[in-house]
Design a protein around this ligand. Structure first.
Ligand SMILES: [Zn+2]
Length: 322
């Protein structure tokens, strides 16, 4: 019996030493998916369900309840006080008071492809004049329609130089799922008094954005050899007011850490200036294109025809559910 106990103790000693050495070794940092949230076109016209004030209250409350960190809200100052934008300045201040930050999305949301570089930069300056002394301001510019000049490299470079001269950085995005399209399908369906399966709608909104983030993660790992902190593009929509908390929780369940917009834009990937035949879209897509990754380099439900078909099947209950 005593021999048996001695044997156990020796075995324990033999196991314990290597175990202790193993515990003292530096542990390699595990790969980690990280993403920040951003909302464009603030203040946006009202959607299907809420007044603009109600929508802002709900977005702030949902982000709070999900304990989501600082998000970025990209503002079009010309929309403030116009139509649905009445009270827009108050709502923008409410986002900042809730701990979020604001940045430039152009004064009038111009499309670079249909204007001159000079007019485009003047529009950026007009937005800066409104933004730059406000609390929560960040020197970031997000291209409306993610249009950075298309095939016109002279214009693309003029804007890149113009942003640098103003101390502004590109407020790029790495992942998106055309939430604006899902929002407009929903608004049209409500206006046409169609029956909407809100649970199914929420599931689509959540699933498509989680999938878009993972799709971008796969491409970025391929071209960057690491997992840069990502930036997700959303809009200030009624869908966000309804489902942004669900989306945050679903991302976490899928292994994502939600980080602040400041943390996302501290990632060195933001210094990349990809040179591709057509400058428009996510940074992920441009980097993948530059690296020779074959198409498609964008998430499949950015195909609005495909998204419409699934919306009709699943949310409006037509045809077989997918
Ligand atoms: Zn926009």
């Amino acid at each position: 019996m005593s021999f048996r106990r001695w044997g156990d103790a020796a075995l324990l000693r033999r196991l314990l030493l290597p175990l202790m050495i193993l515990l003292l070794l530096p542990v390699p940092v595990a790969a980690q998916k990280m993403i920040a949230l951003s909302f464009d076109d603030v203040p946006r016209a009202r959607g299907a369900f809420f007044t603009a004030d109600d929508r802002t209250r709900r977005i702030i409350a949902e982000l709070n309840r999900a304990r989501a960190p600082q998000a970025a809200f990209f503002v079009n100052p010309a929309a403030i006080g116009q139509g649905d934008g009445v009270g827009g300045d108050r709502r923008i201040a409410a986002y900042v008071a809730a701990g979020h930050v604001i940045a430039n999305h152009g004064n009038t949301h111009p499309r670079l492809g249909t204007t001159t570089a000079e007019a485009y930069l003047a529009d950026i300056d007009a937005a800066e004049a409104w933004l730059k002394d406000r609390p929560g301001y960040r020197p970031w510019f997000r291209f409306p329609f993610l249009d950075e000049g298309g095939k016109d490299k002279v214009k693309r470079d003029a804007i890149r130089a113009g942003l640098a001269a103003r101390g502004l950085r590109n407020g790029y995005v790495t992942a998106e799922s055309s939430d604006w399209h899902l929002e407009s399908l929903t608004r049209d369906a409500v206006q046409a008094k169609k029956r909407i399966d809100r649970k199914a709608l929420g599931r689509l909104y959540v699933r498509w954005h989680v999938e878009a983030a993972n799709f971008a993660d796969g491409l970025l790992q391929k071209v960057a050899g690491r997992q840069p902190v990502q930036m997700m593009l959303l809009h200030e929509t009624d869908l966000a007011a309804l489902y942004i908390g669900d989306l945050v929780r679903a991302l976490r369940r899928d292994g994502w850490i939600i980080v602040s917009a400041d943390a996302a834009y501290a990632d060195p990937i933001g210094t990349e200036m990809p040179d591709v035949p057509w400058a428009q879209g996510t940074l992920t897509e441009a980097l993948a294109w530059q690296a020779g990754v074959p198409a498609p380099r964008w998430y499949r439900y950015n195909d609005t025809d495909l998204a419409t078909t699934v919306f009709q099947d699943v949310v409006l209950g037509r045809g077989a559910a997918k």
